[in-house]
Design a protein around this ligand. Structure first.
Ligand code: HEM
Length: 331
């Protein structure tokens, strides 16, 4: 049993429906009729002012939902007593613009309908709008999630894949989050936008024995691409901001170019390139490279499913007034 003990058991036995999230696409139609319009307006303004917001927010959504479901636990700031998820090392590179976007939407919505819209719904809704805005598919999303009452750095390790993990390990991490291999390949197609810091792929392009060899090319990587990346990242140990586009040909557009890139050795991260070689994942890479509609359908369905799993309810969550802090019911 969780930490709320007998009180929760009593509530649960009395009101079993509380455990089931009551998600619906028009969840806020009565309580916050301007929800959609306000969210889209703030998202549009932000994306125009800072075009990297779309990729940053999509990654923020992913890192939130992989750790105990989409519950905005990633947004909570650490306190002197507890280090929260966002301070886990894998989350350090999540961009400030994405957090800023959620704060702006929350502020706008609190003015219109205070204490109604959860931060987790805002993150899901913003991600969905941004994917569409940069050329991706329409995702059907439902709302009604509650925000987590906890955010703990120690719950992150092992729940997010790293580029140098084996495909077995990566598949098992996605499997633990309730996702199939096909859904995983579709979701990783998110790397059709955004960028990665050089340190994330440096071990591929700077082989310690062949660092100065112009011909050195990691297995499966296009040799000209490897040479360009080496140039781009030559200073990365001194300048940690150095980075490369995930999709070198259409970096700002959500399309199926990511999969075509993999087929020709233009995968940036080791894990990207690996999904084009593994027998379990390659058929889906080939399918999505050949057919963008198949990719968009699979991506939209996987996002919908992913965003609805392990959702918090009245029993184990609430609507945070500030996305970066728990509500203070005693203050
Ligand atoms: C095998 C699984 C995955 C691994 C190992 C992985 C790893 C990474 C790494 C290392 C970066 C670069 C971060 C940086 O340097 O700032 C990145 C970027 C990104 N990832 Fe993934 N990722 C995976 C799957 C996913 C999935 C499933 C999504 C979305 C649902 C996603 C969305 C993104 C986006 C949009 C970016 C670009 C972020 C930006 O431009 O700010 N990734 N990923």
């Amino acid at each position: 049993m969780n930490s709320c003990g007998l009180r929760c058991l009593f509530i649960l036995l009395s009101f079993p429906y509380l455990l089931q999230a009551d998600l619906s696409s028009d969840y806020y139609s009565k309580t916050c009729p301007d929800f959609d319009q306000t969210l889209v307006q703030v998202v549009t303004d932000k994306q125009i002012a800072a075009p990297t917001t779309a990729a940053g927010t999509l990654r923020l959504f992913f890192h939130d939902c992989m750790v105990d479901g989409c519950d905005a636990s990633i947004l909570v700031a650490s306190t002197s007593g507890k280090t929260s998820e966002r301070d886990a090392d894998i989350n350090h590179s999540l961009p400030g613009d994405a957090f800023d976007l959620i704060t702006r939407i929350k502020t706008a919505l609190e003015l219109k309908c205070p204490n109604v819209v959860s931060c987790s719904d805002i993150l899901v809704g913003a991600t969905r709008s941004l994917v569409k805005m940069v050329g991706g598919p329409r995702i059907n999303v439902k709302y009604g999630r509650k925000d987590s009452l906890d955010s703990d750095m120690n719950r992150v390790e092992g729940k997010l894949a790293r580029p140098n993990m084996t495909m077995d390990h990566i598949i098992s991490i996605f499997g633990s989050a309730g996702l199939t291999v096909q859904e995983m390949v579709a979701l990783v197609g998110s790397h059709t936008i955004g960028f990665s810091h050089c340190k994330e792929f440096a071990s591929r392009i700077f082989n310690s024995n062949a660092e100065h060899s112009a011909d050195f090319c990691p297995e499966g990587m296009n040799s000209k691409y490897a040479a360009e990346l080496r140039k781009l990242c030559s200073n990365y140990t001194k300048d940690a901001e150095m980075s490369a586009f995930n999709d070198v040909f259409t970096p700002g557009k959500f399309d199926n170019m990511y999969y075509k890139n993999l087929q020709h050795g233009y995968g940036l991260l080791e894990s990207d390139q690996a999904i084009a070689f593994d027998n379990r994942t390659r058929p889906f890479v080939d399918l999505y490279a050949a057919n963008e509609t198949a990719f968009f359908d699979a991506f939209a369905k996987a996002m919908e499913k992913f965003s609805e799993q392990r959702v918090k309810t009245e029993l184990n969550g609430d609507v945070r007034r500030r996305c970066d802090q728990y509500n203070d019911y005693w203050g």
